[in-house]
Design a protein around this ligand. Structure first.
Ligand code: NDP
Length: 296
């Protein structure tokens, strides 16, 4: 392996510590405690683990955590009524509705019901529009974490060729907007892209957000490129369950200049950025300056 490992676990721990410092200062100087409300509908086991982790890390950062667990057969109107109460609650600065929602619910309608100022996931159409027009927005946590690691590793991103593989609303599209905001030349690739390996070989920055185990091979990568692997894929190897990314790590790490591992790369940054967004939302609500370096 020649690539430098970008240690997302350590980076996320540093970010959480910075958030906790600011939270302590907010309490000491202004008597304000940032609050994050997480809503889980149904019993999806993976979602339950995420929600538990979010609660633990929120409390560890010194913030207030409000968890709302609703049965899978909750009428959508009841969920919307809960969101309206959280919107009006001054102790709640961030609201996150864990996705996916049970099939009968309209996720767009539910997300649109969240006050955009409290939309710490950055999925509300207003925040999407603000990000797309280069204005101050709530930025989705996973691409925000990728951007922070890229800036930390590369310094200025201006003028670099960036290729993002995957065009979802939660990762690929906001990632492309953020890279464009940092003056990269951005290509957004997807399942219909022609000759994807050749497109990827143009990239100084390659972000893989596809959901296909080890799809990106060593000969798709420009020597020295920085590779960010967002993918989380469960596979079985030698009879054991394992997590792998969208990038074939052994091959790509021999060619790239730097790479995020899976696990321990992008994953830990997502919750750390959720805490950073909650702190930013709290500062904005209180009319206080936002801590630097915690958002795009
Ligand atoms: P989606 O399924 O919503 O989107 C996948 C994207 O990949 C689509 O745009 C799709 O293209 C594209 N794609 C699929 N197959 C190919 C292919 N063969 N070649 C090129 N592009 C392809 O996934 P998400 O964006 O939600 O997630 C992507 C991955 O990131 C998943 O593994 C997910 O688990 C992981 N993830 C990790 C997070 C973290 O915290 N680390 C957070 C969120 C996601 P098209 O639009 O044309 O169908």
């Amino acid at each position: 392996m020649s690539a430098r490992m970008i240690d997302g676990k350590a980076f996320a721990a540093g970010l959480r510590a910075r958030v906790a410092e600011h939270v302590a200062a907010l309490a000491a100087e202004h008597g304000i405690v940032p609050g994050l409300a997480v809503v889980l509908v149904g019993e999806d086991p993976a979602s339950a683990v995420y929600v538990r982790n979010k609660g633990v890390q929120t409390r560890e950062a010194g913030m207030a955590s409000f968890e709302h667990r609703l049965p899978a057969d909750t009428p959508e109107a009841e969920l919307l009524a809960l969101i309206a109460r959280l919107n009006a609650d001054p102790a709640v600065h961030g609201i996150l509705v864990q996705l996916p929602l049970p099939g009968r619910m309209d996720a767009t309608r539910v997300i649109t019901a969240i006050d955009p100022a409290k939309d710490v996931d950055g999925f509300h159409i207003l925040n999407v529009g603000l990000l797309g027009t280069g204005q101050r927005a709530m930025v989705p946590c996973t691409p925000l974490g990728c951007l922070m690691m890229l800036r930390d590793h590369l310094g200025s991103l201006a003028g670099l060729n960036a290729v993002v593989v995957g065009r979802s609303n939660i990762v690929g599209k906001p990632m492309a907007q953020l890279l464009l905001g940092d003056s990269c030349t951005v290509t957004l690739a997807h399942s219909r892209t022609r000759d994807l390996p050749a497109v990827c070989r143009q990239a100084d920055i390659l972000v893989a957000a596809v959901g296909r185990a080890e799809m990106i091979r060593g000969d798709w990568v420009k020597p020295g490129a920085t590779v960010i692997d967002v993918g989380i894929n469960r596979v079985e190897r030698d009879g054991k369950a394992r997590l792998v990314g969208d990038v074939r790590f052994d091959e790509v790490s021999a060619v790239a200049g730097a790479i995020t591992p899976v696990p321990g790369g992008v994953g830990p940054m997502t919750i750390a950025c959720l805490l950073a967004n909650t702190l930013s939302a709290c500062c904005r609500a209180a009319g206080l300056p936002e801590p630097r370096g915690l958002t795009a």
